[in-house]
Design a protein around this ligand. Structure first.
Ligand code: FAD
Length: 405
């Protein structure tokens, strides 16, 4: 019977292991993760877990015993250091070697670091792992000054939770607006306003140039206009670099992630790549993308498992994502890049509204704030590639689900 080795015990790796069993894979499934904890969810690390509202156990995707029950061999705290493709064998950090018939790379990514002096001081944090979240939470002390570098989701979620803990927050974003990579200007202004009203000093179009340091700490962040922002604590949220070193060393094609086809298969037919580390041909978007989200990691885990057992996976759905800041639940579906028209449903001042992104009449993406039930219908509308009447989208008296075919 064939053996599947999965490298990376995160959201994608864990799902692939379970999906293999669900799809009837009968051989050995070996899941190897380098972190000291069994596979866990990262979203709470910048949300409830960061505020101390969620216990560590709730992070686990499933209890350790569930892997054993499913016949999944989990090896934790162990790094895979080499892939020998000709021998179909991986080497572990302790020197052990494991043979595989199928290999799934689910190595995720690591937080990008700033390169200037001071970036390694003890009060400068990234946020990728549970330990990062615990370290940041430990520094949330009333009256302290936090500087968040990067106005993306993670930076803004950290800002919101810091404010909840009465920490003074400054957010520094180099782009002209926060969330610039993923949303329209209307949504960015809404979030900037929300954060400013909550007490954060949000500065856009500012580039961080250096840190002032004293001993093992950064004391201020220096901006390109020469001004300084005092800091007791710095959180850097400037994106991730996909973990591709194993793939590169093994000679697999890598370009903004490990390149795969629509079945998550790399240019080596025995090797798959899934989750944040993979740049995959997306069946819904019909283009190659690297997506950093839990739904994508899980969907790709199921796709790779189906390919290994020779089954057809469920058709891919539009990518989606969520972010919690203050009392606001933001949910997004589709990719809005390339939109030519935005329609609003509801008034942002009520903190409950939706933005619909259209391209040549087709609904390609939705951002939804505090409208979870309508978002469900919205997801289906994007999946159906529908071309709704913009006036109807804006008309709150017409339920969204009435537009579904
Ligand atoms: P990961 O979860 O990063 O797992 C990869 C694992 O592989 C890691 O544990 C890593 O240590 C391990 N590994 C790497 N190399 C090796 C090796 N050589 N040997 C052994 N192990 C190895 N997504 C959402 O959809 N919604 C959210 O609200 C959201 N919030 C987030 C908040 C935070 C703070 C973070 C950090 C992420 C958030 N995300 C969110 C993104 C989401 O968590 C990721 O997209 C998802 O975790 C990707 O899963 P993955 O398995 O590809 O990677």
């Amino acid at each position: 019977k064939p053996t599947t080795v999965i490298v990376g015990g995160g959201q994608a790796g864990s799902e692939a292991a379970s999906a293999l069993r669900q799809a009837g894979f009968e051989g050995r499934v070996i899941l190897i993760g380098e972190e000291p904890y069994p596979p866990y969810r990262r979203p709470p690390l910048s949300k409830a877990f960061l505020s101390g509202d969620a216990a560590a156990e709730t992070l686990l995707i499933k209890p350790l015993s569930a892997y054993e029950k499913a016949g999944i061999e989990y090896i934790g705290g162990m790094r895979v250091v080499n892939v020998e493709r000709e021998l179909k064998r991986v080497e572990l950090q302790d020197g052990r070697e494991l043979d595989y018939d199928f290999l799934i790379l689910a190595t995720g990514g690591s937080a990008r670091k700033l390169s200037f002096p001071g970036a390694d001081k003890s009060n400068v944090h990234s946020l990728r792992t549970a330990d990062d979240s615990i370290a940041i939470r430990g520094e949330f002390v009333e009256g302290r000054k936090l500087v968040v570098i990067g106005g993306g989701y993670i930076g803004l979620e950290v800002a919101a939770h810091a404010i909840k803990n009465k920490v003074a927050v400054t957010v520094l974003e180099a782009a002209p607006r926060v969330l610039a990579r993923v949303t329209a200007p209307d949504m960015s202004s809404f979030y900037e306003k929300v954060h400013r009203e909550a007490g954060a000093d949000v500065r856009t179009g500012v580039v961080v140039q250096a840190f002032d340091t004293e001993g093992d700490k950064v004391t201020a962040v220096v901006l390109d206009d020469g001004s300084r922002v005092e800091a007791d604590l710095v959180v850097v949220g400037v994106g991730i670099s996909p973990a591709v070193s194993l793939a590169l060393d093994a000679g697999l094609e890598v370009s903004n992630g490990i390149v795969t086809d629509g079945n998550c298969r790399t240019d080596d037919p025995s090797i798959f790549a899934i989750g944040d580390c993979a740049n995959s041909l997306n069946g819904f978007l019909e283009t190659r993308v690297r997506i950093e989200s839990v739904p994508n990691a899980m969907e790709q885990g199921r796709i790779a498992a189906a390919a290994i057992v020779g089954k057809t996976p469920a058709p891919q759905l539009p990518p989606w994502f969520w972010s919690d800041q203050y009392d606001l639940k933001l949910q997004m579906v589709g990719l809005s890049q390339g939109y030519d028209h935005v329609v609003l449903r509801g008034n942002p001042d009520t903190r409950s509204f939706m933005a619909f992104y259209l391209r040549e009449g087709q609904l390609i993406a939705i951002d939804s704030v505090n409208r979870a039930p309508e978002f469900m219908a919205g997801k289906k509308l994007v999946a159906e590639r529908c071309k709704p009447d913009p006036a109807v989208l804006a008309d709150e008296s017409v339920p969204l689900k009435s537009l579904l075919e």
